[in-house]
Design a protein around this ligand. Structure first.
Ligand code: AP5
Ligand code: MG
Length: 196
């Protein structure tokens, strides 16, 4: 199995590149943001619980999001691997994810850290605002999403660095070029590990 974490700030291209990766390598995409937004749209009990967190750009409590993730991982049968987009976002989530995957004997193989300058993140998210319908795509909430990323999510960088799984990707280039860099890293990993 090939399990990849896509790590990066809001607007860095995690969703865009996840779609490219799952298509090329036939993996399953798990975006906790997408799952939570669907829950809000469907007015499900979880959706009602999490709406105010998403609207403000705050993290949904770990126990809620870990349940959502486990349900998705354990209900996915016959998959070649997962692309985790927007999860983990706290050290606690990263440790839980390791435990869940070890229990299934399918550890994380690679963590791709997509790096994009802050002013470009604003530009991209505000650009998406004209076509999308996300309640968190406005300047004030973006500011909070970035602060939350720095304070609560960035410490995971070192967690994966210590595990020697982290590879930085220049996310400033056009979409196809970023995907080219990502493909090179994944192909190299596959070529040295025949089990993947
Ligand atoms: P989530 O849905 O994960 O959003 P996010 O991290 O804020 O990131 P985005 O989805 O906005 O950006 P992205 O990196 O996917 O970039 P994209 O490809 O869209 O989380 C939302 C909320 O859900 C959180 O705030 C929290 O409340 C909750 N949540 C989710 N997971 C959670 C967790 N694990 N724990 C707790 N709470 C959780 O690209 C952005 C734009 O740029 C697009 O328009 C795209 O077309 C464009 N673009 C992409 N790449 C390029 C490029 N190379 N050049 C030019 N434009 C580009
Ligand atoms: Mg996204």
């Amino acid at each position: 199995m090939l399990n990849i974490v896509l790590f990066g700030p809001p607007g860095s291209g995690k969703g865009t590149q996840s779609l490219n990766i799952i298509k090329k390598y036939e993996l399953m995409h798990i975006s906790t943001g997408d799952i939570l937004r669907d829950a809000v749209k469907n007015l499900s009990p979880i959706g009602i619980k999490v709406k105010s967190y998403l609207d403000k750009g705050e993290l949904v409590p770990d126990e809620v999001v870990i349940d959502v993730l486990m349900e998705k991982v354990f209900s996915s049968k016959d998959v070649k691997g997962f692309v985790f987009d927007g999860f983990p976002r706290t050290l606690n989530q990263a440790e839980k994810l390791d435990k869940i995957l070890v229990s299934k004997s399918i550890p994380i193989n690679l963590v791709l850290a997509v790096e994009v300058a802050e002013e470009e993140l604003y530009k991209r998210i505000l650009g998406r605002k004209t076509t999308g319908d996300r309640s968190d795509d406005n300047e004030e909430v973006i500011k909070n999403r970035l602060a939350v990323y720095k304070n609560q999510t960035l410490p995971i960088f070192d967690f994966y660095k210590k595990q020697k799984k982290l590879v930085s990707i220049n996310g400033m280039a056009p979409v196809d070029n970023v995907f080219g860099s990502i493909s090179e890293v994944i192909d190299e990993m596959i070529s040295v590990n025949s089990k993947l």
